[in-house]
Write a protein that binds this ligand. Structure first.
Ligand code: ADP
Ligand code: MG
Length: 568
């Protein structure tokens, strides 16, 4: 076969295939053009998943009547002058390929009126037919309608999915641009039903509210972080709000929506230790980079960008998100539990101060203090990241401004104590009935203890009745005690309880249950177990002390470490 240069219309259709793959590609190109034209309002309407028609209308700068046809010529653009400009692309479009590509595979109608022009110019392009021009009335701006997409490319059509999923892909394009351009008022209608409308207020949270709803918008944490000449801004979810897929991670580079696995991973990695496996965060983040630092001309549909230094972008995102998480209000503020009195966000410095005060108290003094499980607001914990275990006793974690050593037994005691108190307060102790009631001989000291604490014992799930002089009949136990030898575990429990200090407002039974069930010092914990414990500790009301008032953790501030290492 001899080599021939393809006729222009064939070449155009081949090239168009790269740019226009599906209705969503048309929507993307037309919305980008509208944004480049400085629009403050963009309306997108799809019928039949975009295969019947796609219309994008804007209030941007419009196209001059005499330039209407040239806009549809290949490589015709108003956005680039010379190759110099290619290294500094400020607009979303620059290739001059979108309009001719669309016209190669569909019927196109344009109505455009630059501000100040008399009427609107009209242009209609049908494949293999001379174009029609004319004048119409209409507001300033541009409206482009694309009909019968791929009607003459059956091979293309075969690769499309159902109209519903094509509409979904197109909607994803619109929502992403709505998130990237919160000061633009977007609306989207599918088969004449409005499915999205943003306010154009300029506030990202408003745009997120329109896209993901008020629940999500209300809890997202602000990100604003600069490193060198790169900056990351936007919103990310707190650890207790997550999704099962990555579809809620939207990443933009200079407001261009990009799909970049590595950078998405950078965002996810900031949540390490904070999300359950398989859960993904919600993120809307824009990287601001000097235009010469990124190459946007690497993909026909401009869906990728290349960073001159991608590892800098990676580290920027990771640190930006991490900083937002560490600064966040404690978990409590995002997820109020019925158990919690204070749900006010607490700032880290205040909390650190409280912790310092706590640690300066000698142990004995702390021990004797009244403590009823109610925390002062300054005691709420921030998010901690577990690093590992030391000596099978302490969990090492990092948090705002430093390192934390957490006593695993004391921390677990705190968590369990609050849980048992809560179950009691709600009158729903976790009880196991015994198949047969058991008679237990109780030694004198324990006997008086049972007498004193009879009410609390029964509220925690011990069903006991006096049985003669120095014995009790045991009918049920809390599930946290072993029932295989019920009499023995009851007596052991009473021994633990004897050790607990009496005489203040603390719940002695709950303290004994917590102590009895808490993980012992000396036990090796898996990373996941440590994370779970820390998560529960973050949720507790008084995370800084065990029920006896001893500290659950020691904080070594970054400043302290720097001093110790002679760094300052
Ligand atoms: P590119 O966006 O890469 O320049 P396009 O083929 O998408 O190429 O558009 C060609 C030209 O048509 C643009 O450079 C712009 O001048 C003009 N244009 C397209 N759409 C609009 C619009 N909605 N408003 C104003 N001008 C437009
Ligand atoms: Mg364009």
């Amino acid at each position: 076969m001899s080599i021939r240069v393809l006729p222009p219309d064939v070449a155009a259709r081949i090239a168009a295939g790269e740019v226009i793959e599906r209705p969503a590609s048309v929507v993307k190109e037309l919305v980008e053009n509208a944004l480049d034209a400085g629009a403050t309002r963009i309306a997108v309407e799809l019928v039949g998943g975009g295969l019947e028609s796609i219309q994008v209308s804007d209030d941007g700068c419009g196209i001059q009547r005499e330039e209407m046809e040239v806009a549809f010529a290949r490589h015709a653009t108003s956005k680039l002058d010379d190759s110099e400009d290619l290294s500094r692309i400020l607009t979303l479009g620059f290739r001059g390929e979108a309009l001719p590509s669309v016209a190669a595979v569909a019927e196109v109608e344009v109505i455009s009126r630059p501000s100040g022009a008399e009427g609107a110019a009209y242009l209609r392009l049908l494949p293999e037919t001379p174009s029609q021009t004319g004048t119409r009335s209409g507001p300033p701006g541009t409206s482009i309608t694309v009909r019968r997409l791929f009607a003459r490319q059956p091979a293309r059509r075969k690769f499309l999915r159902s109209p519903t999923s094509e509409a979904g892909a197109a909607a994803a394009v619109v929502t992403h641009y709505a998130l990237a351009y919160p000061h633009v008022r977007f609306s989207l209608s599918l088969d004449r039903r409005q499915t999205l409308r943003t306010t154009g207020s300029g506030d990202l949270r408003d745009a997120v509210m329109a896209v993901y709803g008020a629940d999500v918008a209300g809890v997202l944490l602000p990100v604003d972080h600069r490193e060198g000449d790169l900056a990351a801004r936007g919103l990310v979810s707190p650890p207790d709000v997550s999704r099962s897929n990555r579809g809620y991670i939207s990443l933009f580079v200079n407001r261009r929506w990009v799909q970049n696995r590595r950078l998405v991973y950078a965002i996810e990695s900031a949540y390490e230790g904070l999300l359950m496996t398989g859960r993904r965060p919600i993120a809307v983040l824009d990287i601001k980079a000097p235009y010469e630092e990124v190459d946007v001309n690497v993909h026909p549909a401009k869906a990728e960008v290349r960073f001159r230094d991608e590892s800098a972008a990676f580290s920027l995102l990771q640190k930006a998100v991490r900083a937002a998480l560490l600064e966040m209000a404690p978990v409590a503020a995002a997820a109020p539990s019925p158990f919690r009195l204070q749900t006010q966000p607490v700032t880290a410095p205040l909390w650190r101060h409280a912790l310092d005060v706590e640690l300066r108290q000698p142990r004995e003094q702390a021990r004797g203090q009244p403590e009823d499980g109610r925390a002062t607001p300054a005691q709420t914990l921030p998010v901690l990241r577990v690093i590992g275990q030391f000596g099978n006793i302490y969990i090492i974690a990092e948090g705002p401004g430093g390192m934390y050593l957490i006593d695993q037994h004391a921390a677990h005691e705190r968590v369990l104590y609050e849980r048992f108190c809560q179950l009691r307060a709600e009158r729903r102790p976790e009880v196991q009935g015994l198949l047969q009631a058991v008679t237990v001989e109780v030694p004198p000291r324990q006997l008086s203890l049972v007498g004193q604490e009879a009410e609390a014992l029964s509220e925690h799930g011990f069903q006991i009745e006096p049985f003669g002089e120095n014995a009790y009949l045991l009918r049920s136990l809390p599930v946290s005690l072993s029932s295989t030898d019920a009499a023995r575990s009851f007596l052991e429990f009473l021994d633990v309880m004897l050790e607990e200090e009496a005489g203040d407002r603390r719940d002695r039974v709950a303290m004994a249950l917590a102590c009895h069930n808490a993980v012992r010092a000396g036990k090796t914990l898996a990373l996941e177990e440590m994370r779970e414990l820390i998560r529960q500790l973050e949720e507790s009301e008084a995370p800084n002390t065990c029920p006896h008032g001893r500290p659950t953790m020691v904080h070594m501030s970054a400043e302290l470490l720097a001093r110790e290492f002679g760094r300052r």
